[in-house]
Design a protein around this ligand. Sequence first.
Ligand code: NI
Length: 136
Amino acid sequence: MIVTVSRRAHFNAAHRLYRKDWSDEQNLEVFGKCSNPNYHGHNYELVVSVTGRIDKETGYVIDLRILKNIIREEVEEPFDHKNLNLEVEQFKDLNPTAENIVVVIYNKLKARLDSRLDLEVTLYETQRNFVTYSGQ
Ligand code: NI
């Protein structure tokens, strides 16, 4: 039996969407308010879903305490209350769009999980805007 187990998480972070090689006008045209040079914040919500076989011994796909700790170590501690552009290594040269953030989060979590487990990560930048990545 293949079951998907999910956990929600949350972090607040600031970002600015822009390309260093573009003018302020060009950035404003493409990224709108999100290119504000003084940064702005989002309340990011995360849904992490792990799919795999139910372990016969434990009855778990993954122990949710383990998943919770991995999310805390890989996402909440490094990202919460941070300026993503300035303080998070992965975004030094990568535009912190929701798309790029969800891929970074996916890769960090995937590296910590048993390779037999499938992972899908959904990141809400606002209640209405969200992105999903499952490793394709
Ligand atoms: Ni934004």
